[in-house]
Design a protein around this ligand. Sequence first.
Ligand code: HEC
Length: 139
Amino acid sequence: MRSVFGVLLMSLLFFFCKKELKQPKEELIMYQSSEMAALMNAMYEGNMTIKNKILEGESIGDFPETYLNIHNAVLTDPADRNASFEAFSKLYIQNMQQVYTGAKDSLKENFNKTINSCIACHQTTCTGPIPRIKKLLIK
Ligand code: HEC
């Protein structure tokens, strides 16, 4: 009798454990990052790398052409691509290109100007990531 109960308990535990293990995987499949969110995360990482290179006095390479996808990447909410978004994304790209082509002695200034244009757009569309973006600024 005892062992039957034991087996039952074991299989119940096994059942629950299996369910718990399965959950994160299902969430991963369900969570679909938009093209724009993926691009934003890539720009975040890219700019963190550039920030460190500027601080180390290393060469920053060339403007990443993939950033131009900001003009056509699909947003989570496509209605966010309005006139204001277009204006802010043009300004951001202009500033970003200036970082790569501008004078070496205004590199830090140009970089911070670019990050401030990320923040400016975010203030109008998606305020959540602003504290994170601020960490990119060079003090
Ligand atoms: C023209 C407006 C605009 C500019 C410029 C902009 N963003 Fe965004 N950002 C958005 C919008 C809108 C979203 C939401 C995207 C979505 O959910 O599809 C977003 C999302 C994000 C996210 C969250 C992504 C996620 O996983 O949900 C991060 C991080 C981010 N942006 C960082 C940046 C950084 C860093 C820059 C500058 C290098 C930048 N953004 C420039 C509008 C902008």
